[in-house]
Design a protein around this ligand. Structure first.
Ligand SMILES: Nc1ncnc2c1ncn2[C@@H]1O[C@H](COP(=O)(O)OP(=O)(O)O)[C@@H](O)[C@H]1O
Ligand SMILES: [Mg+2]
Length: 330
């Protein structure tokens, strides 16, 4: 049996441009998500984090497309090839196997429906057959809300409460993998902290695997077991949280992390902005995509085949010079 809940191989997701071309927002990405882990994906705005989440959920619609690749969900007794699911199977798969929390709860809550009716609709849509009332109360409580919330409309809830309702909804179909895409970015810091704490408890109690997407490194370090650094549609470094934060090896990760961000950096501290801009994803990129901005670049980087370099136990970096750069620091 696999220790992973999700395996992604060679995934490419494209957005169609008005001029007929495509933006390759995800570029031949490989990723393994382990059972029971919380994996934080961190990167600047526009690096492709949401596109990856939407691709996993099969929420990329025409004319945009998943151009190629494989996404395998390792269910208890079989492997599910997500990109091959038909409409009917997809409906059961979504929410029951993998659920997603969006940055804004408004994306998911229907403003003219009482909270409980949103749950009823979800249960019916996903063929859930047990006691609906019990299930609603259970997940509202788990998300830190009282039973009175059931009868309220979204406009009667604060931003934090709405986000909690969307967490309760996502969990109520008892998924094995939860994808949280900047779930606390729109909230104030105190509420943010409470919700992050709640998610951590949930992971432990429900044995969830979580992909936690954020542009905020301190949030990532608060919630994750592993961290993946996203750049230009790929994960350029991935490893245990402590290793990535204390010993980043990719020049991009080093610049992002700088010396200022530590585990004690207050939440809400955004990534530093770097000089230059990310590459144009509508053009072909050969070799390393960070080349133009990289202080450590050499000519060979332009023909680098992007084979990850292992720099420690469970620590991989997409940089030809990763080991050499680390050694030179010691
Ligand atoms: N619907 C869309 N149509 C065209 N381009 C898009 C669309 N959504 C995202 N993009 C582009 O894809 C890239 C990745 O975006 P996104 O996945 O939203 O990044 P992130 O979540 O990391 O901020 C960006 O260049 C963005 O401009
Ligand atoms: Mg996003």
């Amino acid at each position: 049996m696999s220790d992973d809940i999700l395996t992604i191989r060679n995934l490419e997701t494209d957005y169609k441009l008005d001029n007929g071309g495509y933006v390759k927002a995800i570029r031949s990405l490989d990723l393994d998500v382990r059972k029971g882990e919380s994996l934080a994906l961190v990167g600047e705005s526009g690096s492709g984090k949401s596109t990856l989440a939407l691709s996993i959920m099969r929420l990329i619609d025409r004319p945009n497309k998943i151009a190629h690749g494989e996404i395998i969900f390792h269910d208890k007794d079989r492997d599910i090839s997500v990109l091959k699911l038909g409409d009917l199977d997809l409906r059961v798969f979504r929410w029951k196997k993998i659920a997603m929390i969006f940055q804004s709860a408004m994306n998911i809550l229907n403003p003219v429906m009482r909270v409980e009716n949103q749950f009823f609709d979800t249960f019916v849509a996903h063929n859930i057959e047990d006691d609906y009332n019990q299930r609603i109360d259970k997940y509202l409580t788990i998300a830190g809300l009282g039973p009175k919330v059931r009868r309220l409309y979204p406009h009667e809830l604060s931003g934090g409460m709405k986000q909690r309702v969307s967490i309760a909804l996502a969990l109520s179909c008892e998924p094995e993998l939860l994808i949280a895409d900047e779930p606390t970015t729109a909230l104030d810091v105190v509420v943010q902290r409470e919700i992050l704490f709640e998610l951590k408890q949930l992971k432990r109690n429900l044995n969830l695997s979580i992909i936690f997407i954020t542009h905020d490194l301190s949030v990532a370090s608060a919630v994750s077991d592993r961290i993946g650094i996203f750049y230009a549609g790929r994960i350029v470094e991935i490893g245990k949280k402590g290793d990535v934060i204390s010993r980043p090896a990719h020049p991009y990760a080093k610049l992002l992390l700088g010396s200022i961000i530590t585990l004690n950096t207050p939440r809400g501290t955004d990534l530093v902005s770097l000089e230059g801009s990310p590459p144009d994803l509508s053009k072909e990129i050969t070799g390393c995509s960070f080349y133009d901005r990289c202080p450590s670049r050499v000519k060979q980087c332009l023909s680098y085949n992007l084979e990850p370099v292992k720099v420690g136990e469970d620590h991989y970096v997409e940089c030809l010079r990763a080991q050499e750069l680390l050694d030179s620091e010691e």
